[in-house]
Design a protein around this ligand. Structure first.
Ligand code: ARG
Length: 480
């Protein structure tokens, strides 16, 4: 065995004995976790600085280790790092390469550390950046929605319940209904960031160390808000990934609704949208087809993302405290969901910006007088008729299928006023719906202003959280 090991890594770069297993292919996680190399190296640099601060490594040793780690990172980025799947995972690959570079000094990097706190650290460092990337893409989509909402703030369209025409709203009002859920998605991600932003490094395998390490030091270096309270919890729980996958799932569900509405509006039945190239492609068989593929896929992508959440929760269910190898399965669903969600947000942003509304068609649909039935009932209420009676009166009139115009209404029931004709206009109806958060042009203007304020706060919050990215970048760069 020793001979094989030496021929692979040379005497100074021999794999640690725990990766020597006949099942190494089954145990290997490298194809998935090599994505974490950036965080693994940055975490090791912070660990080395801590070991130096507490007197376990000398300044010279720390200098050489840090230089070696940065060179390893540079090789990885340049694509000429000799990844070895027989070394199981990203951590061992980097450690062995460091030992090949530095001899026995490299073997000091893992002092008072385990792959258990190392992987939890890498994941949390990755997660901070993934959350930031998703938040940035959400913001872009929101800005596209805001642009369209502003441009169509006053364009009437039918509002729906049960997918039946209900009452008039405006396109701006309707698009803003997709904006606010994204604000909450963003806030959820920001909350998840705060809970993920705790360093597990120093928990070691599960029980800390007999050496005088200080977990607060690498936490500070890496920009974490704090350290773990319990070393077993620090290496066991993956709640930070689970809640992130929930955040992404709900976001994907929201995006699926955006997609669904575009699909409906692009259909010949609704025809609220003109065909736009940004929405999709043609059919391979039917020459006349212009399919809204982007919107359909935005709807469809929620499937795998929700699957990823269920996959992780199923892995976590019933695990005993302490690291368990099952946890190795935690990364693939997270990476998969991030890829799907980022791609969806990106494509949907382009699609939303390209939407061309058929305003005449929307106006015609919104001018369906039956959408004003509630307005008629409220007209009676304003004239003293109890609401239930008013509702019933209008329903009886509509059942007769007579034209909705003033004389006929007044002939049917004299409680309708002389001014009832004014109620029967879609724009007047919209203007009258002045209640807060409602569709009147005035209320939508206020809503748009509040949306811009919310985006301002969001932008600031994202930029604060994005500072973690530069911090990791700076650790990885050649420095003094
Ligand atoms: N590849 C492992 C994972 O992803 C790293 C931690 C391994 N720890 C261990 N004791 N085998 O979870």
């Amino acid at each position: 065995m020793a001979a094989t090991v030496q021929s692979k890594g040379g005497p100074s770069g021999a794999p640690p004995s725990y990766v020597e297993s006949p099942a190494w292919r089954f145990l290997a996680s490298l194809p998935v976790d090599r994505k974490l190399a950036r965080y693994d190296v940055a975490g090791s640099i912070a660990h080395v600085q801590m070991l130096t601060s507490v007197g376990i490594l000398t300044i010279d040793e720390a200098g050489a280790l840090t230089k070696g780690l940065r060179a390893t990172h540079a090789a990885i980025v340049a694509g000429n790092f000799p990844w070895r799947e027989d070394l199981e995972d990203v951590h061992t690959n980097i450690e062995v390469s460091l030992t090949e570079r530095l001899g026995s000094l490299g073997a000091k990097v893992h002092t008072a550390r385990s792959r258990n706190d190392q992987i939890a650290l890498d994941e949390r460092l990755y997660l901070r950046e993934a959350i930031t990337a998703v938040r940035q893409e959400i913001l872009r989509l929101q800005l596209a929605l805001l642009d369209q909402a502003e441009a169509h703030a006053q364009v009437p369209m039918p509002g729906y319940t049960h997918l039946q025409r209900a009452q008039p709203v405006s396109v701006g009002h309707h698009l803003l209904a997709h904006f606010w859920p994204l604000i909450r998605d963003d806030q959820r991600l920001s909350d998840s960031f705060a809970r993920a932003n705790v360093s597990p490094l120093g928990a070691a395998a599960l029980a800390g160390s007999t050496l005088p390490i200080d977990p607060a030091i690498p936490a500070r270096i890496l920009g974490f808000a704090g350290t773990f309270e319990n070393s077993i919890d620090a290496v066991t729980d993956r709640d930070y990934f689970a809640e992130f996958l929930f955040d992404l799932s709900l976001l994907a569900v929201h995006l699926s609704s955006v997609g669904e509405e575009i699909v409906l509006w692009a259909s010949q039945e609704f025809a609220f949208l003109r065909p736009a190239a940004a929405l999709g492609s043609g059919s391979s068989l039917m020459p006349q087809k212009r399919n809204p593929d982007v919107a359909e896929l935005a709807r469809g992508k929620s499937g795998p993302v929700i699957g990823d959440l269920v996959s992780l929760l199923t892995t976590l269910k019933g695990l005993p405290e302490g690291y368990n190898r099952d946890l190795q399965e935690d990364k693939a669903p997270v990476f998969d969901a991030v890829d799907h969600v980022l791609a969806t947000l990106n494509a949907l942003t382009t699609a939303i910006s390209a939407l061309e509304f058929d305003e005449a068609r929307l106006l015609t649909a919104a001018s369906d007088p039956r959408l004003l039935a509630t307005d008629l009932a409220e007209h009676l209420v304003a004239r003293g008729v109890p609401f239930r009676e008013a509702h019933e009166t209008v329903a009886r009139y509509l059942a007769l299928d007579r034209p909705l115009e003033a004389n006929a209404l007044r002939g049917f029931d004299p409680r309708f006023g002389d001014d009832v004709q004014k109620v029967l206009d879609v724009r007047a109806s919209l203007a009258a719906r002045k209640t807060p958060g409602g569709p009147s042009p005035e209320a939508v203007r206020i809503q748009l202003a509040r949306a811009h304020d919310a985006v301002g706060l969001q932008r600031y919050s994202i930029s604060k959280q994005a500072e973690c990215i530069e911090l990791v970048d700076a650790l990885l760069k050649e420095g003094p």
